[in-house]
Design a protein around this ligand. Sequence first.
Ligand code: GLN
Length: 533
Amino acid sequence: MSSKYIFVTGGVCSSLGKGISSSSIGALLEACGFRIAMTKVDPYINVDAGTMSPYQHGEVFVTDDGAETDLDLGNYERFTTSQLTKRNSITTGQVYNEVISRERRGDYLGRCVQVIPHITDEIRRRIKDVAKDADITIIEIGGTVGDIESVPFLEAARQFITDVGKDNVIFVHLTLVPQIHAADEFKTKPTQHSVQKLREIGIQPDILLCRLEGHMPLAMKKKISLFTNVEEDAIIEATTVKSIYEVPTIYDSKGMTDVLLRKLRIPIESVHKDLSIWQNLRDKINSLDKTAKIAVVGKYIELQDAYKSIYEALNHAGIANGAKLEVHKIQSDNITAENVDETLKDMDGILIPGGFGDRGVEGKIITAQYAREHKIPFFGICLGMQIMVIEYARNVLGLDRANSTEFDASTDSPVISLLEEQAGIDNKGGTMRLGSYDSVTKEGTLLRKAYGTQIISERHRHRYEFNNDYRQQFIDKGLIIAGVYEEEDLVESVEWPGHPFGIGVQFHPEFKSKPFSPHPIFRDFIAAALGNS
Ligand code: GLN
């Protein structure tokens, strides 16, 4: 059977949770036994998300094969078992790049190259490529209907109707139903308008997901149905919930699974639905009876999405340990030797996430020193591990000016330095050490204990690395080298000696944590924090 397609679009405004909705649709269809594929379409001109600042874009999610993508791919991986690669993230930049290179090669010789059909053909080719091995493919179109950039993608989506047949493609549209408090009324007009916008380009939504605070009165459903031609039972209220992991079961209880199957022309009797993993997860979330205070010390703490996968991985580890986490987001710029005690003394665990550039680095070094000396469970990720190394060099090895050459190119003790393979690279896009590499874990370390295996595989995104010229000095002073990428002898993980839990990793474990299978290092970090609380 060739794939059926579900396009998910958004109306009215951004940030309504299209990624969670798409992921939940994927989860529901997997719970019905279907093989699904998920892909994100981002209408921006950037080839990928790798060169965008967290202020523009939030977290950059990295796949096993080293794609730097939108954070929604992280949601797809957390909610479903679909395997994501470079192919699962499609941008305007990639599509135009491809078409323009073909034109230069002469593939279109004699013809005028146009948005329709050449750009839309390339979009459809990419979507079908993702759909090859799936029963159902879910395509989330980023942005909001009405954006100029998304027009070719919506046009390509529309073309699927005649291409694969209406029985094989459906459209789910997520909109906002705002409440005007002064009038104490919900307003359906923005939803009407955004559906009109879709219909102008020939797309009639099959299902409307309406975000609102509270419940949708029947009269309102009838009104939306009348104006949009969407059947009443295909208008699903999407109320704000406590945990994103409740969304699949809530959607199911509102009839979403049945409507999806009906619209996809799949007989409901032919399907065995099993949502027990989601029900169990919801029960676990509702019965967390311990708490731990975890500080995340970074420089983008005011942004909800900059450390998205880290917050989710902490959440998963909390659930696994039966604990609700109180996550304190602390701005590293503000930490000084004078205020560090006041800021961190009540914390049960401290995490320093990845990052680039020198802002806030000194505050992070002070934080690492405080966690080491006060034996507070500590977890450093990527830049966080580099910070651990710099701090240890300064305060244990006595190399006062130790630094990373990223922050001080002329330091006399470059304990973190540019990866050899990075020398001479000028282009910023897609040129870091990216994607999965194996590490060999050392026996007796926290790292080995967490994974229980000698070889581990994790995703990377960095240019700088532990400088092996200092390796022996560190070992002589007790720092434990817990994991190594043997092919190039790169240090992938360090641990503090004589400390209850102090670990740093050069890779990004947060990308592989799932609510049902928390990442082992996060799990052990939270267990240590609970022991500390
Ligand atoms: N800036 C550091 C490097 O490039 C760390 C990167 C990161 O934390 N992802 O090596």
